[in-house]
Design a protein around this ligand. Structure first.
Ligand code: G3H
Ligand code: 13P
Ligand code: ZN
Length: 324
């Protein structure tokens, strides 16, 4: 039986993005797969009074189970209230790869979906995105589309090379599809290995010129940045200190994301940073407490560190703290 996100206490992204646009900040979109990640996101956003988009990929949805997810989202909304916060929360499908998946998510409590047709020819991307929008809007669910390709792995969609969004395409795409937000490619990339830089070299700056041209062509329209983890050095080092082997892991500098968040970028996606924090603390506990085998004793410290990292992102990168 179909369930509406409204019954779960969730909201779509429309008002969130309107407020973010006016306020010059970005709503954090944090990926999760399990209980501890969702607890940490909820606690961090409740304590910093930040609106939040909790998002799951197709892979995460099949890992966690669709029914479990629905009740986890309901639980997250209730938990944030217990923590004394009334923060807007959206449940979003990240990188939806088909109309059928988007429909299934909408029927099982998602308030927002992404249809990622970025790998398709322009006209096919428009047709697929429009089909999803037509269904989603009947249910007051918001839709994110994408133009331009990010390097890295996007669930089922993987690409070795990026190509930047062509600003000349954005008006036709938005007008013909009716999408509510648009993900663009300006130099971010998925995963923990975003750039190949030699020692002493800095990472190439994001293409703010493309972003500005998109903003000029779509005034007041919400833009989304994927692949926006900073790949925080302290956690990469901790992973390597305790037996990991992450070589040349590099992310997007926080000051560049802060600059983007002040523009029409209303949603910033972060998955890899959460994975790195989690892995670093689990590895540390295993190394320092080799006799420990109670999952709460190694997942607990990982969850605690995640809360710290998400709070810091809301405060210093997204600018979303105290905006709920
Ligand atoms: O953009 C991709 C997200 O980080 C999700 O990754 O498909 O491995 O869950 P995943
Ligand atoms: P990162 O891999 O940089 O965290 O990007 C996540 C993302 O874009 C999810 O859609
Ligand atoms: Zn992404």
């Amino acid at each position: 039986m179909a369930v509406s996100y409204k019954e779960l206490g969730l909201v779509n992204t429309r008002e969130m993005f309107a407020n973010a646009m006016k306020g010059g900040y970005a709503v954090p979109a944090y990926n999760f797969n399990n209980l501890e990640q969702l607890q940490a996101i909820t606690q961090a956003c409740a304590e910093t009074k930040s609106p939040v988009i909790i998002q799951v990929s197709k892979g995460a949805r099949s890992y966690a189970n669709a029914t479990m997810l629905r009740y986890m989202a309901l639980g997250a909304v209730q938990y944030s209230k217990e923590l004394g916060a009334n923060i807007p929360m959206a449940l979003h499908l990240d990188h939806g790869d088909s109309y059928e998946l988007c429909v299934d998510c909408i029927n099982s409590g998602f308030s927002s979906v992404m249809i990622d047709g970025s790998h398709l020819p322009f006209k096919e991307n428009i047709a697929l995105t429009k089909k999803v929008v037509d269904f989603a809007h009947q249910h007051d669910v918001t839709v994110e589309g994408e133009l331009g390709v990010l390097a890295g792995i996007e669930d089922e969609v993987s690409s070795e090379h990026s190509h930047y969004t062509d600003p000349q395409e954005v008006e036709e795409f938005v007008k013909s599809t009716g999408v509510d937000s648009l993900a663009i490619s300006i130099g971010t990339s998925h995963g923990a290995y975003k750039f190949k830089v030699k020692p002493g070299e800095s990472v190439p700056p994001l293409r703010f010129d493309i972003l500005e041209e998109v903003e000029r062509r779509l005034p007041g329209f919400p833009i989304v940045l994927h692949g926006a983890s900073s790949v925080l050095t302290e956690y990469v080092e901790l992973i390597n200190q305790y037996g990991g082997k992450l070589e040349n892991a590099v992310g997007i500098p926080e000051d560049q994301l802060r600059r983007a968040a002040k523009s029409a970028v209303c949603k910033i996606n972060v998955d890899s940073d959460g994975r790195l924090v989690f892995t670093a603390k689990v590895r540390e506990t295993f190394a320092l407490e080799p006799k420990e085998f109670d999952p709460r004793k190694y997942l607990g410290p990982a969850r605690k560190e995640l809360v710290k990292m998400y709070k810091s992102k809301n405060e210093s990168v997204m600018g979303s703290a105290d905006k709920a």
